[in-house]
Design a binder for this molecule. Sequence first.
Ligand code: ADP
Length: 352
Amino acid sequence: MYGVIGITNMFLEEHKEHVNNEHLHSLKFSARYLLALVNDILQINKMEEKKIVLENATFNLQSEMNTIINSLAFIADKNENVLRVEVDPAIPEFLIGDELRLSQILMNLISNALKFTHKGEVVVTAKLDNVLENIYYIEFIVSDNGIGIAKHDQEKIFDKFVQIERKDGDYQGTGLGLTIVKRLIELFNSKLVLESGENIGTTFSFKIGFLPDETLEKGMNAEVQSIAVGTGTFRILVVEDNKINQMVTKRIIERNHHECQIVDNGYDAIELVKKEKFDIILMDINMPMINGYETSRRIRDFGITTPIIALTAFDKNEVEPQAAASGIDGVIIKPFEPSELFQLIAGLVKNS
Ligand code: ADP
């Protein structure tokens, strides 16, 4: 999918005369849809095998909610909806829990609310429900005044691939969103509650308990500061066995005015970094002969400290622990937004 999406983007960049070509846009759209579908199926599969374990890290609920709202603002505009967020000031600023999974739940529910509402309002609320033994139980409510869900469909929508009739020509979901949401909420030992009336609107709610992080003071910023992307040219080594992926990554690097050198296996990478200096190494994980983890480990064994970023199609949560243990400094999931990659590169090069 990285190849398909990457090459479509390349084609559109090279042939500006086709920028408005409907077929090309459909190709890009279908590729993204297929990618979402594959990822959703993989995630369901993982949940069914009980392979998802919730993380416990400190996060700031208010800023997490703001990030979610900002990233969905364009869907809100598309259907001319107003999107509002209300966070109860009684909720501690810093909580301990799985921010990523929580945001996945909220993103799914809010984007559904926005998709199935036109010229209406979507309100997202986080309300302190009660505090028991220092656990803060927060009720999350996503409420819209859109098309609603008929009583007889309300059970069905949680099943895999179920989508009630499509009212909007360009709407395309995978029909797996609510299945994933329901199961993620169960992982938090909670339950998703649905209230809906046709042409009145829909409200989804759930309660999750979090411990507060009392070691951080009010007003502190728990988020990593974003680092401005520098303007210098980096020498980048790409370790990747797949020819199409090599072409796509090289193109992304060169379009951003950096130098790119490619090797197609880990052994060649180890030999090359012993002789030449690079600013950054982009490492595929799944390679024959010697994988990205082992290659990175051996590079570190030679005392080479060049930052290494794993570029992989695997799930980030799955990759990160092993990546860190192998001396890898960051993980980016393919396909990625080039700005995301270059921001990470700039930060790592600056620190190294
Ligand atoms: P998808 O959004 O990809 O179609 P979901 O599993 O997220 O799949 O949702 C399944 C179906 O439930 C949707 O296709 C839609 O018919 C219905 N639905 C979900 N959320 C809402 C909502 N807020 N308002 C109306 N219908 C909804």
